[in-house]
Design a protein around this ligand. Structure first.
Ligand SMILES: [Zn+2]
Length: 188
């Protein structure tokens, strides 16, 4: 099984966002281990950039463009897009979208280019949200949408902490490099 993270980036931003792409590559390896630890599934993780050029309004990039890209690359690969635009429709409570073997999140850009904590708090967390939908779905969990949203609500409104991991992918109480949803309340 292949999980392919695709960092969607505007051509003019490319040189300024290398730190984020380096983070995406580390995050991919982190999630490989996280998925193995939590779901006992082996994914080969790949990371790439998808460089976009300016378009007119009629050709605007949206979720459908990415779904088409996913189909062209191959439906049997789990493609996960980290994008500079929001899904224009979603049933998610975060700015992401999921379908079979398909994920996307709106990837927020930090004000300081090398702000790892911002990337962990704003982006790594929403990636875990969408990954959980798909991993629960393929595990046969009947409430693969609601179960995730119930916990997400607790993270946002009931002071449930995200799980913290360090640069070595191990749990930490120090400043985290990666943050994920708390899976302890899911029956995995
Ligand atoms: Zn959701």
């Amino acid at each position: 099984m292949i999980l392919h993270f695709i960092f969607v980036i505007k051509e003019e931003d490319r040189s300024k966002r290398q730190f984020e792409f380096e983070y995406v590559k580390k995050m991919g390896q982190f999630y490989k281990k996280w998925i193995k630890d939590k779901f006992d599934k082996d994914y080969e993780v790949q990371c790439d950039e998808l460089i976009t050029t300016p378009r007119n309004i009629l050709q605007r990039l949206d979720t459908h463009t990415l779904l088409r890209d996913h189909q062209q690359r191959g439906n049997d690969i789990y493609h996960f897009y980290l994008t500079h635009f929001k899904p224009w429709w979603t049933d998610c409570t975060c700015e992401g979208y999921h379908a079979e073997n398909f994920g996307m999140v709106f990837w927020q850009r930090p004000k300081e280019p090398n702000d790892t904590l911002f990337l962990a708090e704003k982006n790594c967390t929403t990636v875990s949200h969408e990954l959980l939908h798909e991993l629960l779905r393929i595990s046969g969990h009947k409430k693969f949408i609601q179960a995730v949203h119930d916990i997400w609500t607790k993270h946002l409104f009931e002071q449930l902490e995200f799980e913290q991991f360090g640069e070595d992918f191990q749990k930490t109480n120090d400043k985290p490099t990666f943050l994920t949803m708390d899976t302890s309340q899911l029956s995995l």
